[in-house]
Design a protein around this ligand. Structure first.
Ligand SMILES: [Zn+2]
Ligand SMILES: [Zn+2]
Length: 363
């Protein structure tokens, strides 16, 4: 692996380049500026300073900017929660978890209490006290992030930091969602948006778990990509008149064992209930702010399961990164700079982004 030369530069620069906004709104609210960096003496016990080199841009970051979720983000805010970098300074007691020079990842969950019933069961996303990165605390759209040592994820040596970035949210999220489907090797799983950000990672994780994958997307580019990544069946939703029937035809007439849906459109969730087989599972990962109409009668008759899944726990993150480090999963991304963040959000609003965007925070 070719290491980024910056991985061995462990000094604390006096300034920290950040992308910050002071009020919610559109991409024009973001300022890119240099602020005074944190000094080692200012770190709280258990905290470290992470020199971020790469950060992904997730759809949740756009919601933080727009402030359109039911719970508002802190302001001013430095967003971002898919960061990969190097530990450059330790607060008191932090060496129990990480050392200076360690390659680490920052995820959606920046910290949780680790002491409530949910945390004890490794469901930190349900911890009433969990803190989201780039939302309740400043995130990865900056060169230096203060972070709790105990909640960082170590990045395996064999994985480039630019690859690791998107695994830390998109990869972990789809990996965990596949687990929530409780499938066995050889089972059929449908992944709508198989050529998209979460979808293309889902196809690869599913194949790695021995699943048979049906991808749904549109256009020859996404078809080629979906098939190359491992979709045994590809369905173009624009040229297929009846997607549910096409899926049943491909699965012996009874439908898929599960659908893992991360789509932004509510219709994709309703459709999934028509093509999963009896005892099949619909895993909901996307967050359109809408209602899913479900037939109570049919749910009982078909003994369907409908489950929600959000990011993953610390172990899910370790596993998702290890699988990528072994070369079984590759992120297809476009590399841009931190100064491109406003235009990336503009593209996201217009639906112009294919695959994942990763930012080099120094550019
Ligand atoms: Zn995310
Ligand atoms: Zn907790």
């Amino acid at each position: 692996m070719v290491q980024d030369p910056r991985e061995t530069q462990l000094e604390l620069a006096p300034k920290n380049r950040v992308a910050i906004f002071y009020e919610n709104g559109g991409p024009d609210k973001i300022s890119i500026k240099d602020i005074d960096n944190v000094k080692q003496s200012e770190l709280n016990p258990g905290e470290v300073l992470v020199r971020v080199l790469f950060t992904g841009v997730c759809h949740s970051d756009l919601h933080a900017l727009q402030g359109d979720w039911p719970f508002p983000p802190k302001l001013p805010l430095i967003g971002g929660h898919e960061g990969a970098g190097i530990v450059v300074a330790l607060g008191q007691g932090a060496s129990e978890y990480v050392q200076v020079g360690d390659r680490v990842g920052i995820k959606w969950i920046a910290d949780a209490c680790l002491n409530c019933e949910y945390c004890r069961l490794s469901h930190e996303i349900n911890c009433p006290q969990y803190k989201p990165s780039g939302y309740a605390v400043d995130g990865t759209f900056q060169q230096y992030v203060r972070h709790t040592a105990r909640y960082l994820t170590k990045i395996p040596d064999g994985l480039e930091l630019s690859q690791a970035a998107s695994i830390l949210c998109a990869g972990v999220t789809i990996y965990r969602a596949l687990k929530e489907a409780s499938l066995q090797p050889g089972n059929w799983v449908v992944i709508p948006g198989s050529g998209g950000g979460l979808g293309h990672l889902g196809v690869q994780y599913a194949r790695n778990a021995g699943l048979r994958v049906i991808g749904i997307d549109t256009g020859s580019e996404k078809q080629t990509m979906s098939q190359q990544l491992g979709c045994e069946v590809f369905i173009d939703f624009k040229t297929t008149s009846d997607v549910a029937t096409a899926i049943k035809d491909a699965t012996g007439g009874i439908g898929a064992h599960a659908a893992v849906v991360a789509a932004a459109s509510p219709a994709a969730y309703e459709l999934a209930l028509d093509y999963i087989r009896p005892r099949g599972t619909l895993v909901i990962v996307g967050m359109p702010n809408s209602i899913l109409p479900v037939s109570i009668f049919k749910t009982v008759l078909m003994t369907h399961k409908i489950v929600g899944s959000a990011v993953g726990n610390r172990q899910d993150a370790v596993e998702a990164l290890e699988i990528a480090a072994r070369g079984m999963v590759k992120v297809h991304f476009t590399l841009k700079g931190l100064s491109d963040l406003p235009s990336v959000f503009e593209d996201m609003i217009q639906g112009r982004i294919a695959g994942r965007i990763v930012l080099d925070v120094d550019k």
